[in-house]
Ligand binder design. Structure first.
Ligand code: HEM
Length: 399
């Protein structure tokens, strides 16, 4: 069978599809289609995440080549991406992660609960006012994480429509498997817009620190960050902070609409939300595959990986590995332990994981508490690609 991580079946029935793929080609296999080694087992994917000595996250070379001969604005976008620590190896990675890690301690994140609950409450009030069928994707899952990250960063939530648009434009470059082919205009314009937007906020924080996340980063005692790096980090937080969490909410809301039994069970067992969110991450976590490059030629799982080759760590496959998860195709809201890899692992493990978990738990629990009836009107099938899932409307009637 020819492996295709983005095919309809891999998205609709990951447990079945990846079991067949492992059976046919092994846990680590070369894919001609993806021009990459693809790790499909839980052990292989978690080893890959931990092996930053031999597998590199650095994508700057690809972006820099794509920037050659382009407009100044496009080059500015690539310059900003230098601060995206997920695309960097140590020592740059260490220097950039330090100021953020201080702001995302478990204690700092749990201190945000009241604030996030108020934002959720406001969105629920807005949903209640709509009356008739509601697109939970557009009216709830999309605005909520953007409002939360804006509040935490200390920027104006009213501007979210604008920065969501810029994020979408920047995503064309960030998620491209071939940055060379990405169109110049929208990416460059988004970079310019972000620079202008954050420069004002950073300047304000320098003069009058507010204690926001932005404030912590701007006044970090760690190695000095250049102005472009500061803006780059802010764009990463805005982007990482809303795009992914939105997709997790959309996928989970769609599941809950299709499974009234699960909705009813969760309403009756509110103490299960922690394990339930972990399980929703396992089956519908937004990041399906994380790319790496082989740094040094080495043997892995009996295969010879040569320096420069691509490696895809397939989270979606690892999260459905029957060696680790009993009945991987079933949703078990009490699954524990649940070593799902949706937030990555090792050096680059997601900094916002606890924030995303908290947001998902509050948003979903409060929605089901507020509306005893959440019924499907139109729930199109899940959409996706090699790297992640696509957005889709999820229309419901609330009562
Ligand atoms: C459901 C929501 C989220 C998912 C599924 C997710 C997923 C991930 C994954 C898989 C990685 C590892 C990347 C790699 O190994 O190459 C990562 C890294 C990262 N995430 Fe998240 N993320 C989520 C939410 C957030 C939020 C809310 C924030 C911040 C507000 C955030 C900030 C980051 C940052 C800064 C990194 C880079 C860490 C590093 O390279 O050291 N993420 N995320």
């Amino acid at each position: 069978m020819e492996l295709d991580l983005g095919c309809e079946e891999a998205i609709r029935d990951p447990a079945g599809y990846f079991a067949r793929a492992r059976e046919a080609g092994g846990d680590l296999q070369w894919s001609e289609r993806h021009r990459a080694w693809v790790a499909l087992s839980h052990a292989g994917v978690s080893d890959g995440f931990r092996d930053s000595e031999r597998l590199s996250s650095d994508r700057m070379g690809t972006f820099e080549r794509a920037a050659r001969g382009r407009s100044e604005a496009f080059q500015r976008a690539v310059e900003m991406l230098h601060a995206w620590l997920n695309f960097r190896d140590p020592p740059a990675h260490t220097r950039l992660r330090e100021p953020l890690a201080r702001a995302f301690t478990p204690r700092a994140v749990s201190g945000l609960e009241g604030r996030i609950a108020r934002i959720v409450e406001e969105r629920l009030d807005a949903l209640a006012r709509i009356g008739g069928p509601v697109d939970l994707s557009a009216e709830f899952a999309r605005p909520l994480p953007a409002l939360v990250i804006a509040a935490i960063l200390g920027v104006d939530g009213e501007e979210r429509e604008r920065f969501q648009e810029w994020s979408d434009d920047l995503a064309r470059l960030v998620f491209s498997l071939e940055p060379r082919r990405v169109e110049d205009g929208p990416v460059g314009e988004a970079a310019e817009a972000f620079m202008g937007f954050f420069a004002r906020h950073i300047e304000r924080e320098r003069r009058e620190p507010t204690g926001s996340l932005l404030s912590l980063v701007v006044h970090s005692p760690a190695g000095k960050l250049s102005p472009v790096e500061l803006v780059g980090l802010c764009t990463l937080l805005l982007f990482g902070g809303h795009e992914t969490t939105t997709t997790l909410l959309i996928n989970t809301l769609a599941t809950l609409l299709e499974r009234p039994d699960l909705q009813a069970w969760l309403r009756a067992n509110p103490g299960a939300w922690d394990t339930a969110v972990e399980e929703f991450m396992r089956v519908g976590g937004p990041a399906r595959t994380m790319p790496r490059k082989v740094k040094v030629t080495h043997e892995r799982d009996g295969r010879l990986l040569r320096a420069g080759e691509n490696v895809f760590l397939c989270i979606a496959a690892a999260n459905h590995d029957p060696e680790v998860f009993a009945h991987p195709g079933e949703i078990d809201p009490l699954r524990d332990p649940n070593p799902q890899l949706g937030f990555g692992w090792g050096l680059h493990v997601c900094l916002g994981a606890n924030l995303a978990r908290l947001e998902a738990r509050l948003a979903l629990r409060m929605l089901l508490e507020r509306f005893p009836r959440v019924e499907p009107v139109a729930v199109p099938p899940i959409r996706g690609g090699v790297m992640g899932f696509g957005r889709r409307p999820v229309v419901a009637r609330l009562g």
